[in-house]
Design a protein around this ligand. Structure first.
Ligand code: PEP
Ligand code: MN
Length: 343
C-alpha cells in the first residue's frame, strides 16, 4: 500500500505518518517524486492501515490495491528510473549496449574484446569471473584474477564493468571491482543473494530465471529494493519452452509488459535467449523496437576458442555491424545509440 503525501506536507507530519506505520509493525519505504513524497507500507496485512492513514494530516491519497511489489511498481512511481553508472545512464533516451565475452579467459582475450567493444560505441563491458556452469567439469571462471583483469580493462577503455556474483559470501569482493553486479538467471530466486546485493550500493542487473514468471521476476527485484538498493535493472534473457530449435525462447512481449508495470529499466540479452550467433543481432533489434533500455551481448575475439558459450559469441565484425543496425532501429523508435569512438 502506498500513501501519497500532499505537496505541502510538513516534515513533522511526515515523521508522524512514518511513526504510525512503524508502530503497527510494518516497514516504511519513502521515495520522492515530482515534489511529492510516496510512503510505501511494506509487509503482509498492510491494507489494514488504509483508514488510519487516510485520516492523517499531510496524506493526500492512499492507493490500497497495490501489486505485491509496491517498490518496483509503476503505481507509486510513474516516472521511469534512470540509473547512472559513471557517465552512462540506463533508462534514458540512449540505448545502452553492454558487450563482452561470456567469461574472462585471459588478459589478451579481455583487452582485445574491450578494445573493439569500446570502439564500436558500446557503453559498458561484460565478462564473467564467477561462472554458473551447468556441468561441474566446465570452466568455472578465473575468480578474483578475472575481476582484476576487468578492472584493468575499465582502466584502459573507461567502460564500466558488469560481472556476475553467484554467492552471497562473494558480494563484497565482486562489488569492490564491479560497477554493476549481475545476478544470473539460475540465481534469480536465491533470496539470500538478492538480500545481500540489496545491502550494498552498486547497481544490480537482475536476470529473469529460466522458468520464472514476470511476477516472480518483479518480486525478486522487490527483494533487492526492499533491502535498501533501488538501483536495479531487469533483464529478459529467454525462458525455457517446448521449442528446442533455440537455446531458450526470447519473450519479447515481456519487455513492454514489464515497462507498463515497473519503473525499473529493462535490459534484453539476445545471446542467451537464442544461443545461435546468427540470430543474436535480429533479436537485439527486435528488443530495441519493443522498448528495451539496454542490450547485453556476448562477443569474443575468437569464438572458436571460447571457453564458454562459443556458439552464441559474435565475432568482432558482427558486433560492429550489430551496433550500426541498432543505431538505425533506435532512431526509428525515438531513441539513440552511442556513435563509434575514434581510435
Ligand atoms: C551470462 O551472462 O554469461 C549468463 C550465465 O547468463 P544467464 O544467467 O542469463 O544464463
Ligand atoms: Mn554466457
Amino acid at each position: 500500500m502506498i500513501a501519497v503525501l500532499e505537496p505541502g506536507c510538513s516534515l513533522k507530519q511526515k515523521a508522524a505518518i512514518v511513526r504510525s506505520i512503524e508502530a503497527e509493525g510494518f516497514r516504511v519505504q519513502v521515495s520522492e517524486h515530482g515534489g511529492r513524497s510516496l510512503v510505501g507500507v511494506v509487509g503482509s496485512g498492510a491494507a489494514r492501515m488504509e483508514i488510519q492513514l487516510r485520516a492523517m494530516p499531510g496524506v493526500e491519497e492512499v492507493q490500497p490495491v497495490a501489486p505485491p511489489y509496491p517498490l518496483v511498481s509503476r503505481a507509486g512511481h510513474p516516472q521511469p528510473t534512470r540509473i547512472r553508472i559513471g557517465d552512462v545512464v540506463v533508462g534514458g533516451k540512449q540505448i545502452v549496449v553492454i558487450g563482452g565475452p561470456c567469461s574472462v579467459e585471459s588478459r589478451e582475450q579481455l583487452l582485445t574484446a574491450a578494445g573493439y567493444v569500446s570502439a564500436s560505441g558500446a557503453s559498458m563491458l561484460r565478462g564473467g569471473a564467477f561462472k554458473p556452469r551447468t556441468s561441474p567439469y566446465s570452466f568455472q571462471g578465473l575468480g578474483e584474477e578475472g575481476l582484476k583483469l576487468l578492472a584493468e580493462a575499465r582502466e584502459k577503455t573507461g567502460l564500466p564493468i558488469v560481472t556476475e556474483v553467484v554467492a552471497p559470501q562473494d558480494v563484497a569482493l565482486v562489488a569492490r571491482y564491479a560497477d554493476v553486479l549481475q545476478i544470473g538467471a539460475r540465481n534469480m530466486q536465491n533470496y539470500r543473494l538478492l538480500t545481500e546485493v540489496g545491502q550494498q550500493p552498486k547497481p544490480v542487473l537482475l536476470k529473469r530465471g529460466l522458468m520464472a514468471t514476470l511476477q516472480e521476476l518483479l518480486l525478486a527485484a522487490e527483494y533487492v529494493v526492499s533491502s535498501g538498493n533501488p538501483r536495479v535493472m531487469l533483464c529478459e534473457r529467454g525462458i525455457r519452452t517446448y521449442e528446442k530449435a533455440t537455446r531458450n525462447t526470447l519473450d519479447i512481449g515481456a519487455i513492454p509488459w514489464l515497462k507498463e508495470r515497473t519503473h525499473l529499466p529493462i535490459v534484453a540479452d539476445p545471446s542467451h535467449a537464442c544461443g545461435i550467433r546468427t540470430l543474436v543481432t535480429p533479436l537485439a533489434l527486435a528488443s530495441v523496437a519493443a522498448g528495451a533500455d539496454a542490450i547485453i551481448v556476448e562477443t569474443h575475439p575468437n569464438p572458436a576458442e571460447a571457453l564458454s558459450d562459443k556458439e552464441q559469441a559474435l565475432l568482432p565484425e558482427d558486433f560492429r555491424a550489430m551496433m550500426d543496425a541498432l543505431r538505425r532501429v533506435a532512431v526509428a523508435v525515438g531513441r539513440e545509440v552511442r556513435e563509434p569512438r575514434q581510435a
